[in-house]
Design a protein around this ligand. Structure first.
Ligand code: ADP
Ligand code: MG
Length: 262
């Protein structure tokens, strides 16, 4: 697997010292699926402006961690706060919080029967009460930014996977989230489309977006991440700066994992 691809974009990512206050805080989070203890005492603090890459074997709990942050999964014990506020259990408060947490999945999850433009305007109109014209202006600006403005009137199926994923990023950004979660955003893409998505993510990072990114793309981690969090078996096993993690992983589990993906 060639995960260490070069990224053409050379945008610099803000220095660690420029990071802000804690934005997403998980404190002793536990979650079971039946007998399976899928998140085990997870402590994780992501600061404003920080880019955290979460890496680990299949089944280690990475997706469950992401999904717990915007309560697509409920947790058993522990707390998750976003910008100092515990994630609400339900209702309008939960909907408001979800608008603050942009999520991009492996499968693009666009609305198949809506145009690209409609996919991006829907959230701002419904959840934020923007006028159609305002939402359209915002959407076109974001589609421009991710390089697919010329596809605005097409249906998702008419776009390549890389274009669809960039639309999914624009759609998430349209809600003006405080943090963006990416769960293996390039895993379903043909190799030649991976960089066009990673480039957009690197530029977001460079602009100071707070990001939690599940990916095995080490080129991205090296370029954009402040920190790599290695998960295995429902636990955070190791955390380090990317260069340190990839060159001198401490735990045997991380060494073993890296030997398989490198
Ligand atoms: P990762 O994203 O690291 O591959 P996941 O968070 O998807 O891991 O899954 C962690 C573990 O939880 C896996 O063993 C998976 O099979 C299990 N799991 C995930 N979702 C469910 C579910 N809805 N019901 C039961 N088990 C689940
Ligand atoms: Mg997963």
């Amino acid at each position: 697997m060639a995960h260490d691809r070069a990224l053409p974009s050379d945008a610099g990512v803000p220095d660690r010292s420029e990071l802000g206050a804690p934005l997403v805080v998980l404190d002793k989070v536990n979650k079971h699926f039946g007998a399976l203890h899928v998140l085990q005492d997870i402590d994780l603090t992501v600061h404003r402006g920080e880019v955290v890459v979460v890496i680990g074997p299949s089944g280690s709990g990475k997706s469950t961690l992401c999904r717990s942050i915007n309560r697509l999964e409920t947790i058993d014990t522990g707390t998750i706060t976003i910008d100092g506020v515990p994630v609400p259990a339900e209702g309008k408060a939960l909907a408001r919080m979800r608008a603050d947490v942009g999520m991009v999945f492996q499968s693009f999850n666009l609305f198949a029967h809506k145009t690209v433009l409609e996919n991006v305007t829907l959230g701002p109109i419904k959840a934020k009460g923007l006028k159609k014209s305002e939402a359209k202006a915002l959407a076109m600006q974001l589609l421009e930014r991710v390089g697919v403005a010329n596809q605005a009137d097409k249906l998702p199926a008419q776009l390549s996977g890389g274009q669809q994923q960039r639309v999914a990023i624009a759609r998430a950004l349209a809600m003006k989230p405080k943090v963006m979660l990416f769960d293996e955003p390039t895993s379903a893409l043909d190799p030649e489309m991976i960089n066009e998505v990673l480039d957009v993510m690197v530029s977001l990072a460079a602009e100071g977006m707070t990001m939690i990114v599940v990916t095995h793309e080490m080129g991205f981690a090296r370029k954009a991440a402040h920190r790599v969090v290695f998960m295995d078996g429902g636990q955070v096993v190791e955390e380090a700066e990317p260069e340190t993690f990839f060159t001198t992983p401490e735990s045997e589990r991380a060494q073993d994992f890296l030997s398989k993906i490198l």
